[in-house]
Each structure stands twice: as structure tokens, then as C-alpha cells.
Design a binder for this molecule. Structure first.
Ligand code: SF4
Length: 478
């Protein structure tokens, strides 16, 4: 069974990329060390051998492929995923934490472990254990600190920054910001690595300019932790071990991108991604009675007040559409938008909304979840028939709350009911406007030297790379 986004995992959906393909990454096969002769052969079982003159077969060592090598073609993740995700797993996290605790304080093995907790994982754990969001995050903080974690933060702060940056980027592209020239529209969201990987692999350079350059909340948090948080705690970025708790396995691939590697300090912005279901497994393996764990408040950044778990204005995938629409309506037309009404386009995972002012449509935005709907939007763009200015794209049907790394339905519960329950739990969180959140503006001032600074551009934006297409490498059914 695949371990990546549920779009790739559930074999009974037509949003499905065929499993069990061989790895398409070319690997050089070498002779055994010290031997110059001998035939190299591949057997039916797929293993490589060296055969000497007497016909004796010696198996060759297995080729090692890291997440950095992975093209996310989904072939391997459906068949040999354990090899690929070993570097980023609950076991690896525990290994590093144990090593860090045992290492002398001044040694390089001694790390400053920091956890960022995503809102979607918090919801998944809250629903699993029948707790409130606040109880969940506070019990988890106690558990993680017991393992040696120094700080536990909420990724919501990075989500706020991602929304603000997306709003500003949209205005630049739209032309509402007179200081810069318009860019390609529709602007497509970039926070879902499942969709970004698909675009890079299958759509080449045509679609990439439409994708927002704003980093995902996970990677903004990565920059924040390895730069600002390391700095205020007086530690070097490469001493920080940054763990992100996320709703999907695709986030592990995102963390492994070269774009998120710091060459100066030779460290990744996010060292390890663990999913909600891996946290559940960890609690079970360590025989922790989660319900009876004491509460420890999450850590907060300087100037941030956090009394309750905060949420975004919008859905469980980050609320991009709603935030950008409200932001653009206010900035371009001075219009305050209260309620947003949607029209279902093809199915429940594809909806659009049109903002009309004085009887004239001014903005048309859409949200399309699942690869079938993504493909539909991409085709429209390619045929120059896309009437949207902004599209929120997510690989998983129902979005991030239904990510492939979320905790599975319990006995007697079906997947649909669970998604509904997760949406209800998510909706219980407080709503805050990222723009009026005092801590966020302080972050721009203290960390990024102000909005639109060179540092803000470097820490909050990224780029995409078309992956050369290998004929017949992908067997994608829509
Ligand atoms: Fe991960 Fe969300 Fe994308 Fe699903 S929709 S692959 S959970 S980022």
C-alpha cells in the first residue's frame, strides 16, 4: 500500500497513480571492489550479480537511493517505500533524540531539537483520542519534551506568513501593486508537494510559472526555525534538529528538496517529517497512556500571545482561497468581503466562487482537490481557457485533513465519517486574521528586516524545476 498522499494510497479511487512501478532513477551498476573481470547480470528477481569465469555468481550490493534522489513517481512508494522514508520516520526521530540526550553538551551529537506541529495533525490526534485541540497539543508537548525536545511550536504562525505572502504575490501578478508588473494568472497554490511534484514531473516548464513562489507553511517554518529560532536560542542552525509533524508523506519529499538545503551550514531546513499516524504509532510503541499525560503549553515566539490553538480563516488545507480573495477584494477594490459562497463545478472537490461588485464579476477563484480535478485545471490553462485568477490545488480529495499520513479510521468508523469529524474538530478552533496578528508583524520586523525585504524574499519564496520526462516512466490513469 502506498504511503504518500491518500490520493496515491487509496486504490479504490480513480484519483490514483498505478503502483508497483520500478524505480526510474538511473543507477550505475559497478563490479565488486578490486575485481576488473567478470560478467554483470540481472536475474529475474531483479537483483544484480557478478559472474566469474567459473560461473560463480556473487550478489552485488543493493543500490542506495535517498529521498533527495526520488522523483516522486510513486512507483517505489507503493512497493518499497520503507527504504525511502527510513531517513524521515518516527524511529529516526527517536534515534536522533536518544543520541542527542546521551551526547555531552558541547559535542556535535548534542542537538537542539525543535518540533513544529501542523494544525491538521493536531486535529487528527484530537479526533483519535477524543480530546480538545488544546488538550491534544499540550499532552503531545509533554510527551515530546520527555523525549528530549527543547521547543514545540505551532506551524500556524508559518501558515499566517504563507497566506500574507500569497496575498501579496497575487496582487503583484494581478497588477494591483503598481510597483511591479503583472505575472501569469491564474496563480496556483504551492503548499501541496503532491501537486508540485506532479507539475514538475509531468507538465514541464509550461505550468510552473503559474505556481506561487511562496513556500509552504512547512518550509517557511523550516527557515524560521533554522534561522530566527536558532538565533534567539544562541545555537547554530546545524545544531538544531527540526522535526515537522505533518498530515502526509509527501511532506517528507518536500523537506528533501535541494532548494531547502542550507549550503553554508550544511543542514536541511526541516530535518525529519513525521506524520500524525507515526505519532500515534510512537505513542503505542512506547506504551504511553496519552489520555493521562499532563499538560505543557506550547512554546511561543517573542511577542506572540497564544491562549488557544489558533486557526486560519478558511478550510483545512490552509485557507488560501479565502484569504487571498478577501485580501485582493480589500486591497484592489476597498471591499470587505464577509461570506464567501461557492458553486460546485464538477464534484464536491471542485468548487468556484465569483466576486461581483456593482453587478460586474471582478474575481473568479476556484479550489480543486484530487488529481482528476487538478488535471482538469491544468488542461484549461494549457488551452488558454481558464477563467480563474486563482486556484487552490491540493492532491488529496477533501484536502489536507484527509492526507495520507493522518490517523486511519478506528474500528466501526468509515473514512467519510472520519473526514467529516476532522472538519468539525478543525472548525472548533479559534479564527484569527493573519494580518492583525501582532506576533506576525513582529516576526517580519525582527526576523526578516521588514516586509518585501531581500531576506523576506529569500526565506519565504522558492522556485520549481521541470523534471525531464522519461517516456513510459509514468503510468497515470485519470
Ligand atoms: Fe499533503 Fe495536503 Fe497535499 Fe494531501 S493535499 S498531499 S495532505 S499537502
Amino acid at each position: 500500500m502506498a504511503q504518500f498522499s491518500s490520493a496515491l494510497r487509496l486504490t479504490d479511487l480513480d484519483d490514483f497513480i498505478a503502483p508497483s512501478q520500478d524505480c526510474i532513477k538511473p543507477v550505475k551498476v559497478e563490479r565488486l571492489p578490486g575485481s576488473k573481470a567478470g560478467k554483470l547480470a540481472i536475474e529475474n528477481d531483479g537483483d544484480y550479480y557478478q559472474i566469474d569465469e567459473q560461473g560463480t555468481k556473487t550478489p552485488l550490493p543493493k543500490a542506495k537511493i535517498t529521498l533527495n534522489d526520488c522523483l516522486a513517481c510513486s512507483g517505489c512508494v507503493t512497493s518499497a517505500e520503507t527504504v525511502l522514508i527510513r531517513q524521515q520516520s518516527g524511529e529516526e526521530m527517536c534515534r536522533v533524540l536518544d543520541e542527542s540526550l546521551a551526547a555531552p553538551p558541547e559535542s556535535c551529537g548534542h542537538r537542539f531539537p525543535v518540533v513544529s506541529l501542523s494544525p491538521q495533525s493536531r486535529v487528527s490526534l484530537a479526533a483519535r483520542y477524543g480530546l480538545t485541540l488544546k488538550e491534544t497539543e499540550e499532552k503531545l508537548t509533554t510527551v515530546l519534551k520527555g523525549f528530549g525536545v527543547a521547543r514545540v511550536y505551532d506551524t500556524t504562525v508559518a501558515n499566517h506568513v504563507a497566506l500574507i505572502e500569497s496575498g501579496k504575490e497575487f496582487l503583484r501578478r494581478y497588477g494591483g501593486d503598481v510597483t511591479s508588473s503583472p505575472g501569469p494568472l491564474p496563480m496556483l497554490t504551492s503548499s501541496c508537494p503532491g501537486w508540485v511534484c506532479y507539475a514538475e514531473k509531468t507538465q514541464g516548464s509550461y505550468v510552473l510559472p503559474f505556481i506561487s513562489t511562496t513556500k509552504s507553511p512547512q518550509q517557511i517554518m523550516g527557515s524560521l526555525v533554522k534561522d530566527y529560532i536558532a538565533d534567539i536560542n544562541g545555537v547554530r542552525p546545524n545544531s538544531v534538529y527540526h522535526i515537522a509533524v505533518m498530515p502526509c508523506y509527501d511532506k517528507k519529499l518536500e523537506a528533501s528538496r535541494d532548494d531547502f538545503y542550507n549550503d553554508v551550514f550544511r543542514t536541511k531546513d526541516v530535518d525529519c517529517v513525521v506524520t500524525s499516524v507515526e505519532i500515534e504509532r510512537l505513542l503505542e510503541d512506547k506504551r504511553i497512556d496519552f489520555l493521562s499525560v499532563d499538560a505543557t503549553p506550547l512554546d511561543t515566539l517573542p511577542g506572540h500571545i497564544r491562549e488557544n490553538p489558533q486557526d486560519h480563516c478558511g478550510g483545512g488545507s490552509g485557507g488560501y482561497l479565502e484569504f487571498v480573495l478577501r485580501y485582493a477584494a480589500r486591497e484592489v477594490y476597498g471591499h470587505t468581503l464577509d461570506k464567501i459562497t461557492y458553486k460546485t463545478v464538477r464534484n464536491v472537490d471542485f468548487k468556484e466562487t465569483t466576486l461581483e461588485l456593482e453587478g460586474k464579476p471582478v474575481f473568479k477563484f476556484a479550489a480543486a482537490y484530487g488529481f482528476r480535478n487538478i488535471q482538469n485545471v491544468v488542461q484549461k490553462i494549457k488551452r488558454n481557457k481558464c477563467s480563474y485568477q486563482f486556484v487552490e490545488l491540493m492532491a488529496c480529495p477533501s484536502g489536507c485533513l484527509n492526507g495520507g499520513g493522518q490517523i486511519r479510521p478506528q474500528e466501526g468508523q468509515n473514512a467519510k465519517d472520519l473526514v467529516m469529524r476532522l472538519n468539525d474538530v478543525y472548525a472548533m478552533a479559534d479564527m484569527v486574521d493573519p494580518l492583525t496578528c501582532g506576533g506576525v508583524s513582529r516576526l517580519y520586523a525582527d526576523w526578516l528586516n521588514g516586509e518585501d525585504s531581500e531576506k523576506a524574499q529569500k526565506c519565504l519564496h522558492t522556485q520549481y524545476h521541470a523534471v525531464e520526462k522519461i517516456e513510459n516512466a509514468f503510468n497515470i490513469k485519470w
